[in-house]
Design a protein. Structure first.
Length: 307
């Protein structure tokens, strides 16, 4: 369900950004507004990012192979990290460079098409708001009672946090562009247009840094969430089992590796131990369906042996 929700949010954002990017480029060509150019590049970068997320999702579904015995689930993390790099370089740094150039040679918005940037920006705000609403609705199906900050920081599915931050950043960036264009039209000074462009650049760089940090943590390897860990412990201990140690690792957003050493009585036979391990695995899979790979190692219950 989380994967389907992420795909729906990505498609909604992609449709919005492609249409908005075209309109922003037209507005830039008619007015030469640097804010409009920065926003056009921003939308173009976002569109490319959404395509990258879709590609990552498709590649992650490949079957495991001898070279990759645990599958390709982390492809989604890799492509999300690339998204952060694209947003930083193509979106943020370009906008900052454009702002610098405009500060050096500011010029007002002239000509009979002065109203075009305002119309495009207002229309873009409506389109981005609809996309943002879709991302929020799909995120709420998996967010539970977490705050939005905690959800973005702890989510194992990278697509929804990425789309949420991109759409939120797009709305704030549109507000900056609207401010820059509006004040330029009111004052006749292109400095305001440059200021709006610079604020867009700083915003995109900040969002890219946050995305890169969160995705890096997923790439390095994160354990199961607190609730899943509690369910796994309960499943192991449900039939009198005792955990000596337990480790988990996300192989991908929807795949979890569980490795545990469990105590067994010294009087149990090999058949009994094997049956107990099978029952424990079944309980773990029932409690946490994403636990796809489970390794349970039996060890003697030291309290029984007197050690």
């Amino acid at each position: 369900m989380a994967a389907n929700g992420g795909t729906k949010a990505i498609v909604a954002a992609l449709a919005a950004n492609l249409g908005i990017a075209v309109l922003k480029f037209v507005a830039y060509l008619l007015t030469l507004s640097s804010s409009m150019l920065a926003e056009a590049i921003h939308s173009l970068a976002d569109s490319g990012n959404q395509l990258l997320l879709l590609v990552g999702g498709k590649k992650s579904r490949r079957a495991a192979s001898p070279e990759h015995p645990f599958g390709y689930g982390r492809e989604r993390y890799i492509y999300a990290f690339i998204v952060a790099i694209v947003l930083f370089s193509v979106g943020g740094l370009f906008a900052l460079y454009e702002a610098y150039e405009k500060f050096l040679e500011p010029h007002p918005i002239e000509g009979s098409f002065w109203w075009v940037p305002l119309a495009v920006l207002l229309g873009a705000i409506v389109a981005e708001s609809l996309s943002f609403r879709t991302a929020i609705r799909e995120s709420n199906t998996v967010r539970g009672k977490q705050t939005w900050v905690k959800f973005i920081r702890s989510a194992k599915q990278p697509e929804l946090p990425v789309i949420l931050l991109e759409d939120f950043g797009a709305l704030i960036g549109l507000a900056f562009a609207l401010m820059g264009v509006g004040l330029t039209l009111l004052t006749g000074s292109g400095v305001w247009d440059a200021a709006g462009t610079g604020m867009i650049g700083l915003l995109l760089v900040a969002i890219a840094v946050v995305l890169a940090m969160e995705t890096k943590s997923l790439l390095v390897g994160e354990s199961a969430g607190k609730e899943d860990l509690e369910r796994i412990r309960a499943a192991i201990e449900a039939d009198g089992g005792r955990i000596i140690h337990l480790k988990t690792l996300h192989l991908g957003p929807d795949e979890l590796l569980v490795a545990a050493k469990i105590a067994v009585d010294s009087t149990e036979t090999g058949r009994q131990i094997a049956q107990e391990i099978d029952r424990t695995e079944a309980r773990i899979r029932a409690a946490v369906p994403i636990a796809r790979v489970i390794y349970l190692e039996p060890d003697l219950n030291r309290s029984d042996t007197g050690e």
